[in-house]
Design a protein around this ligand. Sequence first.
Ligand code: NAD
Length: 508
Amino acid sequence: MTEMTVIPSSGAALPAQPFQARHLIGGVWQDSADGAVSERISPSHGVVVSRAARGGKPEAGSAIAAARAAFDDGRWSQLPGKARAAVLLKVADLIEANVERMALLETLESGKPITQSRGEVGGAADLWRYAASLARMVTGESHNALGQDILAVTLKEPIGVVSIITPWNFPFWILSQKLPFALAAGCCCVVKPSELTPSTTVMLGELLIEAGMPDGVVNIVLGHGQPVGAALAEDPRVDMVTFTGSTGVGRAIAAAASGTLKKVALELGGKNPQVIFPDADLDSAADAVVFGVYFNVGQCCNSGSRIIVHADIAEAFTAKVVALSRKVAFGDPLDPATQVGAIVTPEHGAKIDGYVDAARKAGATVALGGGALQVPGLGAQFYQPTVVTGVTPDMAIARDEVFGPVLTVLPFRTLEEALHLVNDADYGLSAGVWSENVHTCLAFARGAEAGTVWTNTWMDGFPEVTFGGVKQSGLGREIGRQGLEEFLETKSLVMRIGRSRANWVRTA
Ligand code: NAD
């Protein structure tokens, strides 16, 4: 373990009491009718950090009814965009004023480093601001060249009641990729955060009330996928469900939503490759590879979990990555020096280890790590930075989303071969290329089957630039202008000018 950089417990004080999270339904904070509660044990600190009402079908039904009533009476959907924008801007200010409080809970529930939680919560305020600007840009098309006697326009209307179901890995960021855009469009929402990370969503509920959001426009139901998430996907009073999470659950949601043919938007898993050519800036590429695979302990849809390296440099580049990996600070998420924190649950840690073990048994070489990491003073719900070489494209570790700090290395010789390896995957979320040759980068960008392609960088993102996946990485797009469009319906309005319409029935 001395070969890795481990940050022991900082001894930072934890909150005196667990955060109490309740449902927000029709503007009222509520416990579950049956009094059921879930406790979240911090993955890093092993103590209860939040206690949340555990909802069931009754709470999901009440929340949907509240959103439906709010949407149908127009208390939000019929406001001018300017008025909606004003509320969203106030929410952004309040998020910024509450970064510390929210970041602490985000870290304690998810296990991610405190600096990252501050960045996630503070950065999310910018998503709210950008969405506020879009609330004033809900525009359709005009058709003024259909003939002198016709004018047609397309009207953009909010889609209606939207269910928002989010995962545990970026609880506040992912919520903010969806909710402010749905609100900018004029929709009313029911939000269900992951049962593992409910608190920052509930804190946002408090801020929405403070910002003047009308009751019932945003409702929050806490609980598990079954029955709460499933009810939000199935219910006929819901017009759209937007989900971020695993591909398997995404499929279940699409099936549940099919009964009422509601719109479904899915942001799912990834097995994202970075391709390294010999002419690249290899120091920069190695740093981006290490960032790409260990950021959020690899529990990241955009994790750069496989690198495809030119055979001429594969050995030297892998050695560079291994050396850099040893310098990444793993450990106490409450210490600002920590770059990588804890694994979300013991079960998930065992799943990660299972992939590494199976690869080892199948003949791969574990060049670094490959087991739990003991952090002094905090325990072992951590995983070592792990690099696996000698991998073949058919191994599960090279194909499945491991969702841990585990990198696989595959060699290639030609651009065509690299693209074949990139595209030989069920997923298509993101892909990256490292080369100083613009022709190589552009040919790669065109050939890669992915929703986002990065050239000479990794995981750069902006509220303005839309995000989403192809193949089994999802359906639909978030953020950017398209992030607003997802929550709008288009109505065509065709108007005849004057009395030029010829009668259909011959009366003479
Ligand atoms: P998950 O699919 O287990 O759970 C996500 C959410 O769905 C949770 O709120 C959960 O309670 C709910 N859920 C579970 N079963 C359900 C059901 N039958 N019906 C309705 N809702 C249900 O995912 P997770 O483990 O929380 O998150 C990790 C996954 O999320 C990874 O696969 C990751 O790639 C993916 N992810 C994707 C993106 C993206 O933008 N593409 C971003 C972050 C995470």
